[in-house]
Ligand binder design. Structure first.
Ligand SMILES: Cc1cc2nc3c(=O)[nH]c(=O)nc-3n(C[C@H](O)[C@H](O)[C@H](O)COP(=O)(O)O)c2cc1C
Ligand code: SF4
Length: 690
């Protein structure tokens, strides 16, 4: 297939200072959870993007000095020459495919904890930003930088830039955004200096200008110097000369960097999930930049649609289409557009599981792309997979996210695949949950896979086919894979925090009953100890239906886990906006005659009651594994039928998030002909020379 001419503009080269990006597809800096500690994993994660057609592939934030240490979060670093080799490995991998490699030099100022290096934080005026998440609260305050500090601060950028050039990078960033070092000088509420670095906007901009100019002088012959800058906060600061200080800063520094990379100042807002923002949501804070500079501008906005990308370029908003999550979900997105295979793009669903991986300090994973983070360790390529035996038959029971991914990948491998689904529609929980408020994009998990499977001659799909164990036996397949999902239980928590059986009243519901059409009578009390999206989404749904809703949880926040994927603030705001009541730090210990008994999680175990029409328990999911258990209990029966292996996958094996189910289905497809070996083959670890 050939490229749709409509998208030609996306494949135009873009000059960036002394280098040229081969096209407009630009992986903005994003940390992938490896830091410098896992150089092979890191290089392989970046290499697949270059191979997949991204013209520029950047590192994540890269510390320039031990006084900027984000441990335990896994940032990379260029502290001394020893660090160069790690980066060179990634740069070489990116260059192998003709892409440019960029590095985001970063000093966090007061925005770091320096837990590893134990150095005091430093900032423009010793004012520290606040955090309410215990893991991010710093017990130390930053110290104001004196002139010597500023000189060193500049020198560290230059030294790191020279090391970056030695590693082979083509683009070197200064990060003057998101509440980090140089940005703190720009903000009038963080910069109270009275010297030439404080006061007027010209003075507050001085350090950023100096660093860009220093870096240009040091490495500007070979490397483009990019400036990552946050606009939204400064757009709100009035200026006498222009509409805002953001306008004025861009105008003052207009031609100083070789590239402007503009985005929001908040990690939560810039990575807002699809539940809360649409594709292109950052346009209002980006669109003012291009008219103020002749230098190329890159911006982000969870871009997965080539038409939306073309529109950004044609309307003069952006020159380069920046992406983090879309490139995680589909490292081959540019190649697919280039080859006229747009309908094969594995579109990011905006769930932010990747963000949670970074917060977990491990290589990030992705709901849509199960190979993410496994490129080196398990040698999983996002597009290629070893061919299988076309005469080997596999029966997959259940077409939810695990079953669909297993069928897709086995189909790609060439096996003779049969996929049987009890319901008439495919997708399982994804189809159901994508009807919840804000989760429509989740249907992409189903659509990407069904679209590919339906075109495969070696995959047969049977809908409305509820199979018994005997049906599986009678099918006489070589391999049977059971992917029958999981269901929500009525279990609640004891006051010790362990699951116990719940309540049998007909006023007590589970999410599955609501999905099946039950309409709990209001007011509804949702007891949520699942802590992810389900409790909050059902609260929204029931509120939309006009019910009064209260969420009770033993945690101290609604959907408490969602701090990890950057959704918690937005969820809390949505609850407030919709008038959904919240009661924290309470166990549900009784439910009788429309009254719920709540017991404090604290030692006094104080008890209170709450009237409600219905109780909806959102807590524990249990595998629907009866079919698997029956088959698994009789090895002879399987052997007699010629079934060589039986596996359960996804929620049927262990209930989890959709990401876990997709991964499990993919893993099964990769390893079905490799015995039972599902253990990763290589662990990255420090090697000591003895
Ligand atoms: C897992 C993850 C890690 C990120 N790490 C960084 C980082 O190290 N430095 C940075 O400037 N931005 C970082 N970002 C922000 C992205 O560069 C980008 O601005 C943001 O994700 C919005 O783009 P998107 O909608 O294409 O994902 C990160 C984003 C993600 C999802
Ligand atoms: S984990 Fe979710 S948000 Fe992140 S890249 Fe994958 S699909 Fe997109």
């Amino acid at each position: 297939m050939s490229r749709n001419p409509r998208y030609d503009i996306l494949f135009e080269p873009v000059r960036i200072g002394p280098v040229t990006a081969p096209n407009r597809f630009y992986c903005t800096p994003h940390a992938l959870g490896t830091g410098n500690m896992m150089p092979h994993t890191r290089a392989a994660m970046r290499e697949v993007r270059a191979e997949g057609g991204w013209g520029v592939v950047n590192t994540g934030y890269c510390s320039i000095h031990p006084s900027s240490d984000d441990a335990p979060l896994p940032n990379c670093r260029l502290w001394d020459d020893e660090d160069i080799r790690v980066h060179a490995m990634m740069v070489d991998a990116v260059h192998r495919h003709g892409a440019l490699a960029g590095v985001e030099l970063w000093h966090g100022g007061s925005g770091t904890g320096n837990r590893l290096t134990r150095m005091p934080q430093m900032s423009a005026s010793g004012i520290s930003s606040d955090s309410t998440y215990p893991g991010w609260i710093n017990l130390t305050r930053s110290r104001p930088m004196d002139k010597q500090d500023i000189r060193e601060f500049r020198r560290w950028h230059v030294d790191a830039a020279k090391r970056a050039r030695s590693a082979g990078f083509n683009i070197v960033y200064i990060y003057a955004g998101m509440n980090f070092g140089p940005y703190q000088f720009l903000l009038p509420w963080l910069n109270k200096r009275t010297d030439e670095y404080g006061g007027s906007l010209q003075n507050r901009t001085r350090l950023t200008r100096e660093i860009v100019e220093d870096m240009k002088e040091a490495v500007g012959q070979d490397c483009a110097i990019a400036l990552r800058f946050s606009t939204d906060e400064l757009l709100k600061v009035p200026s006498q000369a222009m509409e805002s200080e953001a306008h004025e800063i861009i105008s003052m520094l207009s031609e100083v960097p070789d590239l402007w990379d503009v985005k929001s100042s908040s990690w939560v807002r810039e990575t807002a999930s699809a539940r809360f923002t649409e594709q292109g949501a950052q346009e209002p804070i980006n669109s003012f930049v291009k008219p103020l500079t002749t230098k190329p501008v890159v911006g982000v906005g969870r871009f997965t649609s080539p038409d939306a990308m073309v529109s950004q370029v044609k309307r003069g908003i952006l020159d380069l289409i920046g992406a983090a999550r879309p490139s995680i979900a589909d490292p081959f997105l540019p190649s697919k557009i280039n080859e006229g295979r747009e309908d094969e793009i594995r579109e990011c669903i905006g769930c932010n599981i990747c963000v949670s991986g970074y917060h977990d300090c491990v290589p990030v994973r992705c709901t849509q792309n199960p190979t993410m983070g496994e490129e080196w360790r398990r040698k999983w390529h996002p597009e290629r997979i070893a061919a299988g035996d076309p005469d080997t038959s596999v029966l997959i029971v259940g077409a939810g996210p695990a079953g669909l991914e297993c069928a897709r990948a086995l189909g790609q491998r060439g096996f003779a695949v049969t996929l049987a689904e009890a319901r008439d529609e495919l997708g399982g929980r994804v189809t159901i949950e994508s009807t919840l408020p804000g989760l429509a994009t989740w249907a992409r998990v189903r659509d990407y896979r069904t679209n590919l499977i339906q075109a495969m001659g070696n995959v047969d799909i049977y809908r409305g086919s509820l199979l018994s164990a005997q049906d599986v036996i009678d099918f006489e397949c070589d391999h049977a894979v059971i992917a029958t999902g999981a269901g929500w239980t009525r279990e609640i928590l004891s006051t010790d925090g362990y699951a116990i059986s719940g309540f049998g009243s007909d006023r007590v519901f589970t999410p599955d009953q609501v999905f099946a059409g039950a309409e709990p009578e209001g007011p509804v009390l949702i007891y949520d100890f699942d802590h992810y999206y389900m409790g909050g989404c059902l609260a929204e749904l029931l509120r939309q239906r006009g019910c009064e809703v209260t969420i009770v949880t033993p945690a101290n926040a609604v959907s408490a886990w969602t701090f990890m994927n950057n959704e918690s603030v937005n969820i809390r705001e949505r609850m407030i906006e919709l008038g959904i009541n919240t009661v924290f730090e309470q166990f549900l210990t009784g439910f009788k005659n429309g009254s719920a008994e709540l017991t404090s999680i604290y030692a006094d175990r104080s008890v209170s009651s709450r009237d409600c029409g219905s109780l909806l328990i959102v807590g524990i999911r249990q595998a629907n594994d009866e079919l698997f258990q029956e088959l698994n209990s009789d090895a002879d029966r399987l052997a007699d039928a010629g079934v060589r292996s039986l596996r359960s996958i996804g929620d049927c094996r262990a209930p989890g998030a959709i990401a876990h189910a997709v991964y499990s289905g993919h893993e099964c497809a990769r390893t079905i002909d490799a015995g039972d070996s599902v253990t990763p083959i290589a662990w990255e670890r420090p090697r000591l020379s003895l």
